[in-house]
Design a protein around this ligand. Structure first.
Ligand code: UGB
Length: 617
């Protein structure tokens, strides 16, 4: 034992460390000789930061020595994966916890107002022009999916991106996303007349999702993407906090382990920066980075036009938004104006919007206005950042995003927590540090086109206030059929108005006979599934390579088409043309990419035959 104490003292003096720090943690002092000099430095930092409790239950040397070393491996990881290290984490935590205890409003001094942005209507000329501009720009874009979260609210233990977006084809979210990016790559390449490159795709994972995401990709040959095109970046969790002094929480099951929890999707910025990926993309001449979330099966229908808005308006930041129902669990895009004249357009998270409004002269808080929606557009967390200014900003911040803390206090004294808390950050808070000169805008799309996330389990979804969206697997799937039905209706309606606009006397007869009528897609019926009343439209699905934009789909549907409510249609080919389609049953068109399939006037009976056309050349 004497030799142990001697070597600890020796080591302390070698490191030039005052023994007083070790005296206040006798169990650590006894074990110091087990540690490397880097580990002793980390121990010193923890002691200086008021974390001596971490060593209180340490056993004497000779017992659990490997666990003690593993403890410092974890500390080293927590230290290196946080910008500024653990010291900075604890310091920020103390400040934020003090603000929270004092009830300080993070928006103190700011008054909210409704911002103006680009509001798009699917299918009109402006929309079509933006879509074309977006497709053109897509060859200069990189996509980033944040997929580190587990579906806790969904009550699902697997990774959410492996869930089917709809059950007609069973295509999972990740497959859909990849196929959309590939379709965009192909269309953009075509417009650039071959001068194109692969669109990079990064996925942020976490310990909870990393290996399963990798497995899903590998076991499905990356759903057609080149493996080198996909990069996985794993976010680390952060240390939990036990009290207002930011004492790190021990894992309840292991006295040699600090409890950790996810830090939030805001980590994506630091990871993109520290991994060197942003620089790689910048050096490759890319111009845009598009961020999106794990379970929105509609999203890519809105991406081309919103990228077009970014390119046309030269927005440094463009957030995609939809009309928001008051109290809906999506953030509100808000203009915040400070008493000192500062102003910014930013997401105010759903749990903060109501108190902010009440505190600033809107006594009713988060309520709908005469339109039946909140006046604040709903943030769907699809961000488009211009890469150049983004890189410049990250060079200053290292990708650190303003954090927040959300402790659940035991009582009004706010001195202890019900359970440990941690700092969190959100990717949409990136604009908070931008200078006023930054061009920050947003684009509002119809909800039916752009947003149907899968977040809530059936029981919770069924309890959502009437009129508010369920955000469940059921509503997510139904939204895909609804969007596809409405798109089919719209493309053929435009064909009709096109006919009217261009029907000169000379060509009247000819034009009328080629593009008369329009797609008659039957109205939906109301049904109740899992306690949720939903609209059931015809189950129409198609591969993104068949049609991602309005113009592409319009070019592939013509004549007088009709689809009954009971019908199911799956288009898996690329060059499939529907002409005078009359569908009352099931139709699956499965053709190889080079095949040209013209599907004219099939009449199928519901419950009768289904049709599969494969490999027609
Ligand atoms: N995610 C991570 O990658 N890492 C993490 O640590 C946490 C999450 P949620 P929530 O859909 O429109 C967001 O839990 O609370 C990923 C916005 O903040 O679904 O519903 C995770 O895998 C809100 O403003 O987020 O709120 C998922 O892909 C609103 O826009 C994504 O981050 C809302 O989403 C979002 O995680 C929305």
């Amino acid at each position: 034992m004497a030799s142990t104490v001697d070597s600890a003292a020796e080591q302390l003096s070698k490191l030039g460390i005052d023994g007083a720090f070790a005296d206040s943690a006798p169990n650590l002092k006894k074990n110091l000789h087990l540690l490397s000099s880097e580990q002793v430095e980390l121990a010193k930092m923890l002691m200086e930061m008021g974390q001596s409790h971490l060593f209180e239950k340490w056993a004497a040397p000779g017992v659990d020595d490997n666990e003690k070393r593993a403890f410092f491996d974890q500390v080293a990881k927590l230290n290196s994966s946080y910008p500024g290290g653990l010291k900075s984490y604890i310091k920020t935590a103390r400040e934020l916890l003090a603000d929270s205890k004092a009830g300080k409003n993070p928006f103190d001094g700011f008054t909210p107002s409704v911002p103006t942005g680009e509001v798009l209507k699917f299918g009109d000329d402006t929309f079509i022009n933006y879509e074309q501009a977006g497709v053109k720009e897509a060859k200069n874009a990189a996509f980033v999916l944040v997929a580190g979260g587990l579906g806790e609210r969904l009550g699902y233990n697997g990774i959410k991106v492996a869930l089917p977006a709809e059950t007609t084809t069973g295509t999972c979210f990740l497959q859909n996303y990849i196929e959309c990016i590939l379709a965009l790559q192909e269309s953009s390449c075509r417009l650039a007349e071959g001068k194109c490159q692969e669109i990079p795709f990064a996925i942020m994972t976490s310990d909870d999702t990393h290996s399963r995401t990798q497995e899903l990709l590998e076991s499905n040959s990356y759903f057609g993407m080149k493996p080198t095109q996909v990069k996985l970046l794993k976010q680390e969790k952060v240390a939990c906090l036990d009290d207002n002094d930011a004492r790190l929480a021990m894992d309840p099951k292991n006295k040699y382990r600090i409890q950790t929890k996810p830090h939030g999707h805001g980590d994506v910025h630091a990871l993109l920066y520290s991994s060197g990926l942003l620089k790689e993309w910048h050096d490759a001449g890319l111009k845009w980075v598009l961020f999106f979330q794990d379970t929105n099966g509609l999203l890519f229908k809105a991406i081309p036009a919103s990228l077009g808005v970014s390119a046309t308006k030269q927005y440094h930041v463009n957030s995609l938004a939809v009309p928001r129902k008051a109290k809906e669990a999506i953030g509100g895009i808000t203009r915040l104006t400070h008493a000192d004249g500062r102003s910014m357009v930013i997401n105010v998270e759903y749990n903060q919007l109501d108190p902010l409004l009440r505190a600033t002269g809107f006594p009713d808080g988060d309520v709908n206005c005469e339109t039946g929606y909140s006046p604040f557009p709903g943030n769907i967390n699809q961000l488009i950042l211009e890469l150049g200014p983004y890189m410049e900003e990250l060079k200053k911040t290292g990708g650190a995003i303003k954090e927040f803390v959300n402790p659940k206090y035991k009582d009004a004294s706010k001195t202890s927590f019900k359970s440990s808390t941690r700092l969190e950050c959100m990717m949409q808070d990136y604009p908070k540090t931008l200078p006023p000169s930054a061009k920050v805008g947003f684009t509002v799309m119809d909800t039916w086109l752009a947003y149907a996330p899968v977040k809530n389990n059936p029981e919770d979804a069924a309890k959502v206030p009437k009129g508010n969206p369920y955000h469940s697997a059921t509503s997510g799937e139904m939204a895909i059929y609804c969007a596809n039905s409405l798109i089919l209706r719209k493309v053929t309606r435009v064909s009709l108005s096109y006919c009217k606009n261009y029907s000169s006397e000379l060509f009247w007869f000819l034009i009328l006979s080629t593009c008369q009528a329009g797609a008659q897609v039957d109205d939906p019926v109301q049904e109740v599934f899992n306690g949720q009343e939903v609209e059931v439209w015809p189950r129409l699905t198609w591969k993104p390579k068949w049609g991602l934009t309005f113009s592409e789909i319009k070019n592939k549907v013509s004549g007088s088409c009709s689809v009954s409510q009971k019908s199911t249609m799956v288009i898996k080919g690329r060059n499939v043309v529907l002409e005078d389609l009359s569908l009352n049953g099931a139709l699956i068109i499965d053709s190889v990419d080079d095949a040209e399939v013209c599907y004219i006037m099939p009449i199928l009976r519901y419950g009768g035959q289904s049709c599969k056309i494969s490999e027609i050349v």
